[in-house]
Write a protein that binds this ligand. Structure first.
Ligand code: HEC
Ligand code: HEC
Length: 159
């Protein structure tokens, strides 16, 4: 009985070894990552610029996937840093009474989700932005003209 096990295991081991060698060569280190350079090089990505146009002249991009935070279609340099004393994004976007109205050139009101404490009272929409939404740039990034590293094949169900 022991002999049969021994034979079976040796055959399996041999088969594995021949499979590996038949697989052909090692994987090139330059095809491992997204930057397509050798792992021994320090890649320097192409420089890019964020939008410089002020609010009112931008165009919202289609959402990358349902529930994704939309990218900011205008420059934000003048509004940073966001601090507990100063949040200029709120000055334009904190309009709970206008939710649902999108007018070209007018700041898009923050959606109901930003007025809802999803952890403690997910049913209750308030008139006050919830603390976890205060640092807008934690989720929203400004648009930039950058070729995607990987093509997005997700079917957007957003706008
Ligand atoms: C002076 C007013 C103003 C300020 C300040 C401002 N925005 Fe905007 N924002 C706009 C306007 C107007 C639009 C509509 C698009 C356009 O016309 O540029 C917009 C669009 C957006 C959108 C896209 C919404 C959509 O429909 O997809 C996001 C996200 C956004 N802003 C985030 C921010 C963040 C984050 C800040 C702060 C860093 C900020 N905004 C500061 C006026 C402003
Ligand atoms: C924790 C992540 C997060 C933070 C922080 C956050 N947002 Fe958003 N925001 C989202 C997501 C996700 C969406 C889209 C889904 C939704 O409606 O909730 C969104 C949607 C929006 C929209 C588009 C509304 C529409 O009707 O198309 C605006 C404008 C916006 N946010 C502004 C802001 C501003 C201004 C702040 C800071 C005061 C902020 N957000 C903070 C995640 C965030």
């Amino acid at each position: 009985m022991k002999m049969i096990y021994f034979l079976a295991i040796s055959t399996l081991a041999l088969a594995t070894i021949s499979c590996v060698s038949a697989g052909g060569g090692a994987i090139e280190d330059s095809s491992l990552g997204l930057d397509k350079t050798s792992v021994y090089e320090t890649p320097s990505p192409e420089p890019f610029n964020y939008r410089t146009s002020p609010p009112g002249s931008g165009e919202a991009l289609p959402s990358v996937h349902a529930g994704a935070p939309p990218q900011i279609p205008h420059s934000i340099d003048a509004f940073l840093p966001l601090t507990s004393e100063s949040n200029q994004c709120m000055a334009c976007h904190d309009k709970p009474d206008l939710i649902g109205q999108q007018i070209k050139g007018v700041p898009t009101p923050m959606p109901h989700s930003h007025y809802t404490d999803l952890r403690r009272a997910p049913e209750k929409v308030t008139k006050k932005v919830i603390g976890s939404r205060f640092v807008c740039t934690q989720c929203h990034t400004p648009q930039a003209d950058v070729p995607p590293l990987v093509e997005n094949t997700s079917e957007s169900t957003g706008k």
